[in-house]
Design a protein around this ligand. Structure first.
Ligand code: NAI
Length: 333
C-alpha cells in the first residue's frame, strides 16, 4: 500500500479530487490518501496558503495528487503552485497531450508531450518598480536547470519510444537567456543521436501546433512558453478538462491537471474530472502500478463514447456525477 498526499485545492478541486478518491476505491488501487489543505481555504485556518505540514507530508510520502489552487491576479500571495515546485525542486513539468476517441472532430490522433522547465524563467517572481510608471521583471535561466530539463526530455523520448525532440525558444530576441537555454539543449542533443532534434521559435511553434500538431512528438520549453503552449495544446484535444500533468523531481512527484480552479463553474456539479483522472493514471504508472493504470485509462477511453454523460465542456449533457458513474461502470475489476 502506498501513502499518497492528497491536496483537494480550491474551486473545482474538491469536486474532482473526490471523484479520483471514489474511483480508486472502486478500482481497489493500493493507495491510502493523506489529505492536507493548501490554497485559499488554508489561509483562513492556518494563516498561510501553504502550511509547512503540506510540504512535510509530500516530502515524507514522495508522491502527491493535487487539485488546482487559485492565485490572486495582480496582488495577494505568491502562487502556491510555483512555490511548491520550487521548494520541492520539481524541475520537470510533464504534460502529455493525447486525443481521446470520438471527442474532437478537428484532430483525431494527437499524441505529443510537452516538457516544461518548472523552476525558473519569469516564475522566479523577481519584479520591481523603477518609478511609478515603469515596472521590470527579471528572467532567470541557468545552465544547470536547462541541461537538466534537456536530459529529462531526451531520456523521456528514448524511454518512451519517441522519435523527435523539438526545443522551443525566442533566442532571436532573448539572445542571452533563451540563447543559453538553446545552447544547453543542443549540447545534450548530441548525446542522443537516435533522437531527431529540431528548434522552433515560440510564435511560429504556436501556429505550427494549431495547423499540424501531428508533426510534433516531445516538445521541450522554458517555463513561460511551456505554460502557454500546454493550454494551447489542451485546446487541440478538446479542452482543459482533458489535459493531465505531473511535476517531477529527483525523488518527489506531484500530479495535477493542467487546468486551474475554474471559478466560473465551481459548485455547479459540471467540472470535468478526466484531466485529474488522467493525471492519476500517470501517478499509477509512476508507482509502477501499470495494471491499475491500464484499467483506469481504458475505462476513461470507453466512457467518453457516450455523449449523454459527458460534461458541458465536451459539448455533453451530463455532469461530474454522470461521467464518474459511467467510468466506474466500465472499470474491469
Ligand atoms: P482555468 O483553467 O481555471 O479555467 C479556464 C477555463 O477552462 C474556464 O472556463 C473553466 O471553466 C474551464 N475549465 C478548466 N478546468 C475545467 C474542467 N476540469 N472542467 C470543465 N471546464 C474546465 O483558468 P483560469 O480561469 O485562468 O484560472 C483560474 C484560477 O486557477 C487562477 O487563480 C489561476 O491562477 C489558477 N490556476 C491554477 C493552476 C494550478 O493549480 N496548477 C493552473 C492554472 C491556473
Amino acid at each position: 500500500m502506498y501513502k499518497v498526499t492528497l491536496i483537494p485545492g480550491d474551486g473545482i478541486g474538491p469536486e474532482i479530487t473526490q471523484v479520483v478518491v471514489e474511483i480508486f476505491d472502486k478500482l481497489k488501487a493500493p493507495i491510502s490518501w493523506e489529505i492536507v489543505e493548501a490554497g485559499a481555504g488554508a489561509i483562513k485556518k492556518y494563516g498561510t496558503p501553504l502550511p509547512e505540514t503540506v510540504l512535510e507530508s509530500i516530502k515524507r510520502n514522495k508522491v502527491a495528487l493535487k487539485g488546482p489552487i487559485t492565485t490572486p491576479v495582480g496582488e495577494g500571495f505568491r502562487s502556491v503552485n510555483v512555490t511548491l515546485r520550487e521548494k520541492l525542486d520539481l524541475y520537470a513539468n510533464l504534460r502529455p497531450v493525447k486525443s481521446l476517441p470520438e471527442i474532437n472532430d478537428k484532430f483525431e490522433n494527437i499524441d505529443l508531450v510537452i516538457i516544461r522547465e518548472n523552476t525558473e524563467c519569469l516564475y522566479k517572481g523577481i519584479e520591481y518598480k523603477i518609478d511609478e510608471d515603469t515596472a521590470c521583471a527579471v528572467r532567470v535561466v541557468t545552465k544547470k536547470a536547462s541541461e537538466r530539463i534537456a536530459r529529462f526530455a531526451f531520456d523521456y523520448a528514448r524511454n518512451h519510444n519517441r522519435r523527435k525532440v523539438t526545443a522551443v525558444h525566442k533566442a532571436n530576441i532573448q539572445k542571452i537567456t533563451d540563447g543559453l537555454f538553446l545552447q544547453c539543449i543542443r549540447e545534450v542533443s548530441e548525446y542522443f543521436p537516435d533522437i531527431e532534434y529540431e528548434e522552433k521559435i515560440v510564435d511560429n511553434m504556436s501556429m505550427q501546433l494549431v495547423l499540424n500538431p501531428e508533426k510534433f512528438d516531445v516538445i521541450v520549453c522554458p517555463n513561460l512558453y511551456g505554460d502557454i503552449l500546454s493550454d494551447l495544446a489542451a485546446g487541440l484535444i478538446g479542452g482543459l478538462g482533458l489535459a493531465p500533468g505531473a511535476n517531477i523531481g529527483e525523488e518527489i512527484a506531484v500530479f495535477e491537471a493542467v487546468h486551474g480552479s475554474a471559478p466560473d463553474i465551481t459548485g455547479k456539479g459540471i467540472a470535468n474530472p478526466i484531466a485529474l483522472l488522467r493525471s492519476s493514471v500517470m501517478l499509477l504508472e509512476y508507482l509502477k502500478e501499470e495494471n491499475f493504470a491500464k484499467k483506469l485509462e481504458l475505462a476513461i477511453e470507453n466512457a467518453v463514447a457516450d455523449k449523454n454523460i459527458l460534461t458541458p465542456d465536451l459539448n455533453g449533457y451530463g455532469t461530474t456525477e454522470s461521467l464518474k458513474n459511467k467510468i466506474i461502470s466500465l472499470l474491469k475489476i
